[in-house]
Design a protein around this ligand. Structure first.
Ligand SMILES: *[C@@H]1O[C@H](CO)[C@@H](O)[C@H](O)[C@H]1NC(C)=O
Ligand SMILES: *[C@@H]1O[C@H](CO)[C@@H](O)[C@H](O)[C@H]1NC(C)=O
Length: 311
């Protein structure tokens, strides 16, 4: 008994001392996939750039053809109002259902990011490639997950119901950190909500499960083209989806034929080869098989195209 608690205390102290960002037990493994070109309209400030460096590999090759590179001072076309998303508050998380028939519950360690980042600043430009994205209304906060939960980025944007001492909140997966298969590492504001303002850095015994995000079905999901994208390099992230995404396909003939993308680390669905046009149809399929087709997706760097509905 005593030894067990001593070990836990040492672990929690270690995590609390781990410094800024998620108290990574081990850093994300380096990946071979290209990160966005360094100069993009989305790299808004040096502060963000510095944060980004910690989450993406420092060396990468950019697959975008030079003629297709966005000019750093090109005006951002990302004006589709990510901030103005409204979600019906009438759908309680409890009614949103779970993703699989037998929802598995996990019990593990809960920790919080070191430092004092505010909710979105903790993870925008992080490993899920969410940029300029705000948590939808109805979602209480967000968490980093470990490589053991990460699933090559496929669990980004997925929602988790987490309970500690009788308090239950719904959080979205937005970033990658160290830890193991049951460990959630939350932003300071999320942590405060879950633990009623506990000032320590970690607690043992959080209980959590995957749930459908409490986003109304009439609230659209988005296709976000990654920085540096174009018809020469299709790299998209699905955002604001009720369920996690299993497949992303692209059509250049208005949906007659589809090409499947592959999920690259940092939550980017990337297509091999060059597309004929600057727009394409995108078909996304959720882990439960629900499909949404988004016509006329603008393939330009950083552009968000809203679907007409959600999974
Ligand atoms: C994401 O997690 C990493 C690893 O813990 C952390 O260093 C970083 O600060 C987090 N946020 C961003 C925006 O990368
Ligand atoms: C994860 O880590 C916690 C705390 O260190 C430990 O109690 C638990 O057994 C681990 N779980 C798994 C699945 O490795």
């Amino acid at each position: 008994m005593a030894l067990k608690y001593l070990a836990l205390n040492l672990l929690l102290q270690g995590l609390a001392l781990a410094g800024d960002g998620c108290p990574a037990v081990r850093p994300p493994a380096p990946i071979s996939e290209p990160a966005p070109p360094a100069a993009t309209p989305e790299t808004a400030s040096s502060t963000e750039a510095a944060v980004q460096v910690s989450a993406v590999p420092t060396t990468f090759s950019v697959r975008v053809s030079p003629s297709a590179m966005p000019s750093p001072d090109a005006p951002s076309t990302d004006t589709t109002g990510v901030d103005s998303v409204s979600v019906s508050p009438t759908i309680p998380p409890a009614a949103s259902g779970t993703l699989s028939a037998a929802a598995e519950k996990f019990t593990g360690l809960g920790t919080r990011y070191g430092g004092t980042c505010t909710e979105e600043d903790c993870w925008n430009s992080g490993a899920c490639s969410f940029v300029g994205y705000n948590l939808p209304a109805g979602i209480d906060g967000s968490t980093c997950v470990s490589e053991d939960i990460w699933n090559n980025g496929a669990n980004c944007g997925g929602c988790i119901s987490v309970t500690y001492k009788g308090k239950t909140i719904t959080v979205m997966v937005t970033n990658l950190t160290g830890g193991n298969a049951t460990h959630l590492d939350m932003t300071p504001s999320t942590w405060a909500k879950l633990t009623n303002g506990y000032s320590g850095g970690g607690v043992d015994g959080i209980v959590w499960e995957w749930v459908t995000c409490p986003i109304a079905q009439t609230t659209p999901l988005f296709i976000k083209m990654h920085a540096g994208s174009s018809k020469y390099w299709f790299a998209a992230t699905v955002e604001n989806a009720r369920e996690r995404t299993a497949k992303v396909e692209v059509s250049s003939d208005k949906g007659s034929t589809w090409k499947e993308t592959s999920l690259k680390n940092y939550n980017m669905y990337v297509l091999d080869g060059v597309l004929p046009d600057n727009t394409a149809y995108v078909r996304v399929t959720s882990i439960s098989g629900s499909q949404v087709i988004v016509p006329d997706v603008d393939l330009s760097s950083g552009v968000v195209t809203k679907a007409s509905k959600n999974y």
